[in-house]
Design a protein around this ligand. Sequence first.
Ligand code: C2O
Ligand code: CU
Length: 486
Amino acid sequence: MKVTRRQFSYGFLGTGVTLGLAACSSNSTPGPIGTTTFSPKPVATTGRVRKFALEARPTQVDLGGRVVDTWAYGDSIPGTLLRATAGDRVQVAFKNSLPMPTSVHWHGLAIQNSMDGVPGVTTPETPAGGTFDFDFVIPDAGTHWFHPHHPLQLDRGLYAPFIVDDPHEPGAYDIEWILVLDDWTDGVGMSPDQILAGLQAKGGSSGMGGMNMGGMNMGGMGADGGDVTYPLYLINGRAPSDPQTLAAKPGQRVRMRIINSSADTIFTVALAGHDLQITHTDGYPVSPVSAASLRIGMGERYDAIVTLKDGVFPFVAEPLGKLGIARALVRTGGGAVPAASFTPSELTGDPLTVTSLTAGTGTALPAREPDTVQDLALGGTMSPYEWTINGTTYDNTAPLTIRAGQAGRLRITNATMMSHPIHLHGHTFQIGAAGGTGPRKDTVLVPPMGAVNVDLVADNPGKWMVHCHNAYHAEAGMMTRLDYTT
Ligand code: C2O
Ligand code: CU
């Protein structure tokens, strides 16, 4: 596959003011947006405009033999795939047909602040029946996704991939396969709101089923089993009994784009009979490395290349500390489909984690001592059900601050017994230190009682969320912001 180089020009496109407020359509009321407006960072543009329509609505989906009522982007889960090339200007005409307000956050796209989709911070909430016109230029290629910045809505069917192609990428593969992993309860078990209510009711002594209270400090299940036990785990919206099948030929090279859109589940993934060659995480190249299996936290993305063998091969996602699996199939030849409970031997060893990855050529940030070093201390209690950053829930947070042009370091420490996937909006950071060997990412799984330093460059002015991508932790307070000051 040959890709021609396109001419890029540098320039500012619009301002936060015109795109943030003037562009919203008639029946959406601007929310309590701050008085500060921020100029977007300069982005190399292709000059092309891509227009999309997107609707969040109540719908029915077939999870593979089981039809449930849920909320989705369109009529499928994952929802409508959006796709563009780095440097494109994207216009999304969004309509909210849900019975309550919603928002759309473009996870992984370091776009201008006014389009970031965080109600009350960056972008007006879209009321029930309302519309909002998004308009932004995409700076970086990669496997990204989008979801509401209303955490409990994310645990319904409101998620979809956003793939941004790189005009300079050689593309040494024959087929692409997007794999979206999810933990599923809506319409099968409790609703996300009932789950949260159960977690908040005295650490679960209400006797409601489905809760795993071992997550934090109550003993029981493995610490990383999350706070919620799900009745189903899905890949591309399908239960393991009726998996999606990729039909291919032996010898073909597949680029898998793996997205964990779960609310409360870390997965270990493997393709039976194959090693995964990991090439990217969170959209950025890593030095390619082979692994039998891979660990992926909520909000993270990994791209992997595989050369297919001859036969039928399950791709299995095993939820960490929980029962059940999610799966999809590759079929390149004859053979019976293994039982729905089959787990490949590749899942028995230690999975590859972010600590074994190194930044791909040209993806490290320039080496630089940080101008500002700030702490992000993760904590929490099950009773009351509260998750905190620097000792407080989001309503009392003292945002971290940075000035445009500064180099910043976040020292993330985790004083809890479970992993938290920490996500920063509007930027990517380098794990470890700028100029070092760690990969570039926007979401990092911070291990129990562990610590991770990340470095970033303040090149995208605004007010940016920093939070745990566990939907229940985010809802219960584990969020803060990184605010630009002048
Ligand atoms: Cu994907 Cu603030 O999140
Ligand atoms: Cu968390």
